[in-house]
Every structure is written in C-alpha cells, then in structure tokens.
Design a protein around this ligand. Sequence first.
Ligand SMILES: [Zn+2]
Length: 581
Amino acid sequence: MAYQALYRVWRSQRFDDIVGQKAVTQTLKNAIVSHKTSHAYLFTGPRGTGKTSAAKIFAKAINCPNSRDGEPCNECEMCRSITAGTQEDVIEIDAASNNGVEEIRFIRDRANYAPTKATYKVYIIDEVHMLSTGAFNALLKTLEEPKESVIFILATTEPYKIPATIISRTQRFDFKRINASDIIEHLEFILNESNISYEEQALGVIARSAEGGMRDALSILDQAISFSEGTITLNDAMQVTGSLTYEMMDDYLSACVEQNVAQALNALEQMLAAGKEARRFLEDLLQYCRDLLMYQQAPQLVTEKTSQLTTTFVSLSQEIKAEQLFQMIKILSETQNEIRFTNSATIYLEVATVKLAQKQPATSLSPLSQGEPAESQAVEKLQQEVSTLKKELKELKKNHGTASNSQPVPQAVHKKQASSYRVPTERVYQVLKEATRQDLNQVKEVWDDLLMSLSVTQRAMLKASEPVAAGPKSMVIAFDYEIVCQRATNDDELQLAIHNNLSRMIHDYAPDTVYITRESWPELRKNYLIQSKDNGQMNSFVPETDEEEIELIPQEPETTETVVTKAEELFGTDSVTIIDD
Ligand SMILES: [Zn+2]
C-alpha cells in the first residue's frame, strides 16, 4: 500500500474524535439531532484545527440513516462513500485551486438539482477566502436563494478576507488553536495504538512546535517516527522541529545572566550558524524564560514532561530574580513583534542579546565605569556597539518603511552571506540525461506530503519551490528566489531530510537533489536539448515548463524538421515556436 501520512490515517471520523473543539462539535451535534441545521456554515480557525474534518463528519451525520446523537455511523454505504470522497452529493472544492467564477456558476447551476442519493447535497468549499470577487458574487447569489436540501460549508483560515455579505448569510463557528496538553494526549493515544515507544518530553516539543494545529503535530510526529531509531527521543523531536537544544539555551541565557555580552553574542552566532531560524529561536527562548519563571513560582507545575530540568536550568532559576525574568520576557516579546515581518531578523536578535546581557536594562551603565580602566574600556566599547547596532536598526526600519515590507536583506547587514549562486549546469544535465516523466510525476504526487513532513524551517524554504525534473537517482528543484536556492544548496540537513522522507514515501527512492532558480530553468532546458541534439543523444523525456516557450534554432537546414518534430513530441505543438532565419 502507498505511504499514508498520519494525519490522513488518523483523521477524525466522529465529532467526538475532534480534539479541542468541544463547543463547536457539541453545537453541531445538537443542531443535527434537533433538525435545526442552517443552509450555510462558515468554519474559521487556524490550519489543522479540524475544520474540514468537521465539515465531512457533518455531511455524513445529516445523511446517515443510522445517525445517533448527531454522530454518523461510519459503516453504512452513505457514510463510507462520503469518507472515501466518492459520494456525488457531497462535493468538496478547494478554492485555492478553483478560484474561478465558472466553477462557482457551475456549482450554482448544479445546486438547483435535488440530491440524487443523499438527503442533503453538501458543498464543502475549503480555503474559501481564495475565491475571486466574481466567484464570491456568484456564491452570494446562491446563498441568497437557499434550497431546502442544499447545505454549504465554507472553511477558511482567513475570515477577514470574506465579504461581509457572505458572512452575514452563514452561521459562523470559530475553531480554536488546540492547546498543547490536548495535542500531547492525542499523540500519546496514537503512539500507544501503533505500539511506538517515546519519551514524554519529545511530545511536548512536538506539540509546542505545532502551534495549536493537530495536522502539523501529526506531520511532525510522522517525521520524528521515521527519524528515530525505535524510540522517539527528545533529541529526535528537537531535530525535526528545529528547536534549540536545551544546552544551547542554557549557554546563551547563562551568558546573559552573567552579563557577558561577548559570550552571549557568540552563543547567538553559533546557534544561528547551526541553522536555527531566528523566529524559532525567539519562541524557544521565550518558552524557556516562562518555564524558568514558572519553576521559581510554582515548581510543581513544571514537570519533566513539558520542560527539560537541566542542572543549569535549576541553578538559573535560583540565580535570576523574577523582575529580571519579566524584563527579559518583555524584551523577547518586543523583539518577536519586531521581526515578524522583516527579513533582517539577525540584527534585531543581536540588539536583543545586548539588551538582555546588560546590567539593569532600565538604568545606565555608569556605575560600572567607575571600576578598572580595562573594565570601563570594555563598557565604552559595548556602548559603542549598542549605538552602532541601534543606528543600523534605525537605518533598516527607515529603508523598510512599514514592517510588512519583504524586500531582500540589504547587503550591509549580511556581509557574510554575499550572493555567489552559480547555476550547477553540469549537474542539471546529468539529471536530464536520465529524467523520466514517471519519476517526476511520482515526486509531484507526494510533494505536499513531503513538505508537511519537513521541519518548519525546511518547509518554509521549500514552499516557494517545485520539482521540475527527476530521474531514478537525482532530481532538480527550482526555487522562486535565488537567496533561498542558495541557502538550500548549502543545507546538508535539508538534503538528508528530503532523502529520508522521499525514500519513505516512494519505495527506495532517494534521489540526490540539485537546486536551481526558476529563472534559470527554461534556459538550462533549452541548452540541454540543443547540446544533446548535437551529440545525437536526446532524452525522450525532458520535462516542460508551464509558461515558458521554447525556441529551438536549428543549426543545419536539413535537420529542421526532425528537431521540430522532436521538440513537438517533447513539449506539445502549443509551446514550440519555430523561428526561421
Ligand atoms: Zn452511516
């Protein structure tokens, strides 16, 4: 059987199985029991909190002949066909890929016909905020003339993007972020059912990293399972979530508490060099400080399950005053806000580190400057550093205007990462030599699952990328942004993660990856074709790009026909332009 992601296998089939949404599920069950259902629902909430699962359960429960207490039986033909997605009266639409007016008009026309097999025809429109304005208008017309036996369930992560006219015609249910202990409990249940052993702290790390989404939690768990050797350890969870190890955090915070700015900055640099993502780092650090505070105030509430009580942690908790912790948490939260929309997180982190490691953040450094000359020199140097950093920060803010600007990082800030991306032409040709459509299709099929199985950072990197060619031993991935492409190229862990996860999803398929920019792809492909034509060894399959046109300029008149035919075979007649010169 093909690989099935945990979040698919363990998808809730009953309202009572949905974790952390009791208020919503109870209300829906009551509505079904008392036959007081609405014609249109709006399910809002963060991703992975159960919206589409609830929609499908709802569709089953109102159509199931054996429905009890508002729950579907999940055994009758109706339930089974809805679960399998083969019931023609329950139509699931992903607005992210169908945002056209035509689709909604089509729905509108079809909604006029009564259901053929089910009692109610149910349209589930996922990511409904993605619909175009025209499509929203068409949908509105449909909602304005409700039919007795048709129900619309609209699901969205971004309700504020939905026109008020639509919202006012729906009954709205808000799905909440699922709290960590509920997620942990569910993960425990699944692991026990699957006979997989684990360290309890590992689940805490996974739950926290999932940020309230069960689907994310299950994807991370999936990855931790394949990463671990038998038992899922805390370390495995740290690795797959990109969380900081506690030792790293111990070192960093100790340096801050000891007011050793240089050492703190050094620890920060090491962590970033180790590939820790700035936002993740802040999140972990905040959690650590909160844990410290908690441990000081109510040690019994901080358990081995949710935190790692290292020796340093315990001694830090005795050393730091509560006020100091409050101050640190304040600085960290502010920094978290500041870096939310910037690509220059490092400099904000450096400033925060200097602030954290200063004596009393509120008072000046003057008391220290009374000390030894060497000491006052050091202080002076620090003050200079701070003012330089502040200046740079000011400059940055000015250049970026509003925080939501996502321009590339100014060169001044990231001197170390000067761009030196070079197109790996030879390696791409190697892949193309053996590339097959079947390999590419196979990879594309599991691409979404692959993304879900990566760490948050890795997923973010691959989000704006796409596999464009694949052979039995290697594949080419094209990135929208050069800077990300370059980061990926230097990221061995990413390569390893793709390796491991693909070989799990596609039997024994562990290709080497070659990263290129999307921009360079059409040119690479074209040159490969020309070159291999010259060598008389053209691969029968070289994948096409969607939008780009290929222009093949024949070298000798007599070969024109064959080259054109070949190109047409490869790319289809639409995308071949023959240029006669
Ligand atoms: Zn049933």
